[in-house]
Design a protein around this ligand. Structure first.
Ligand code: FAD
Length: 259
């Protein structure tokens, strides 16, 4: 497989950097080819602004989705964005790796999504009509590919358990797994999360590294999270509400969208 790792940590000697090296080493040992987007090292521009749309008339009001759509259709996105889109198209699997900062990804990675996921590429794909709401949630440009998160947290595993004060980790990661990865088509694998890392010792690191190696060895075979597909018949069009009666008794919230 071709694997793309999009990695967001500012410090080359960090725990995240060591884990990234473990993942790259194991993927290569398995015969995969690996591309890395190290966003801080690349000096990735995180904010979306007018300079992203060089052909936009300077007097025209910036409407980001429309400008994105026009630039994508005209092949006029900036070279840094086009290069990342090409990496995504080349990759059979995408890994987003980051430390959990304020319960989500660091801003630089969010900015990578905001800029690389152009209209026509990651959203606004497929037929939009009374009976079809585009190719999304399991279908789209990145359909048929795999994706997973590699995340480190300061908080303990219990803090992220179903009754933990931070909220369940699957709920916190739902907007990324479902909204950012499943949306443009990916089959999303369960995340690899290491908790309570701030005082990790060498033994803890070795244990975490071995778990990560195992996840890299099974990247091709791990069963994806069973998110429902938008166009699989489970949702009403155009309200996109889950049809009544499909969920097991007592299921609510994000879990409704699991088959
Ligand atoms: P580092 O600081 O680089 O390392 C962590 C420990 O691993 C160190 O003690 C280091 O010595 C040790 N280590 C062991 N072996 C190795 C090795 N081989 N290589 C490198 N280091 C090793 N946490 C939450 O749970 N929820 C939040 O919402 C949250 N928000 C945050 C917001 C901000 C702005 C910041 C700065 C932190 C936040 N944290 C939060 C904590 C954060 O998630 C952790 O600090 C982060 O995951 C640690 O990863 P790191 O790569 O930066 O670790």
């Amino acid at each position: 497989m071709n694997v793309l790792i999009v990695y967001a940590h500012p410090e080359p000697r960090s725990l995240n950097a060591s884990l990234r090296d473990v993942a790259v080493g194991e993927l290569k040992a398995q015969g995969h080819s690996v591309e890395l987007s190290d966003l801080y090292a690349m000096g990735w521009k995180a904010q979306v602004d007018r300079t992203d749309f060089p052909t936009l008339d300077p007097d025209t009001r910036l409407r980001v989705a429309a400008a994105s759509s026009d630039a994508f259709a005209a092949d006029a996105l900036t070279d840094d964005v086009k290069a990342e889109q090409e990496k995504l198209l080349r990759a059979d699997a995408l890994i987003l790796q980051f430390p959990l900062w304020w319960f989500t990804m660091p801003a630089i990675l969010k900015g990578w999504i905001d800029r690389v996921y152009a209209y026509g590429f990651a959203y606004g794909v497929g037929e939009h009509s009374d009976h079809r709401w585009g190719d999304r949630y399991g279908e789209g440009t990145l359909g048929g590919k795999r994706a997973m998160l590699v995340v480190t947290t300061g908080g303990w595993e219990q803090h992220y358990s179903p009754r933990g004060i931070n909220g369940p980790i699957d709920d916190l990661l739902f907007p990324i797994n479902h909204g950012i990865l499943h949306y443009p088509g990916y089959d999303v694998l369960p995340p690899f999360v290491i908790y309570r890392v701030d005082r990790l010792d060498e033994a803890g690191f070795e244990q975490a590294a071995e778990h990560l190696r195992e996840r890299m060895r099974t990247l091709e075979t791990t069963r994806p999270i069973s998110f429902r597909r938008q166009n699989g018949g489970d949702y009403l069009i155009p309200s996109l509400e889950l049809r009544a009666g499909l969920e097991a008794a007592g299921v609510s919230g994000f879990s409704l969208h699991l088959k």
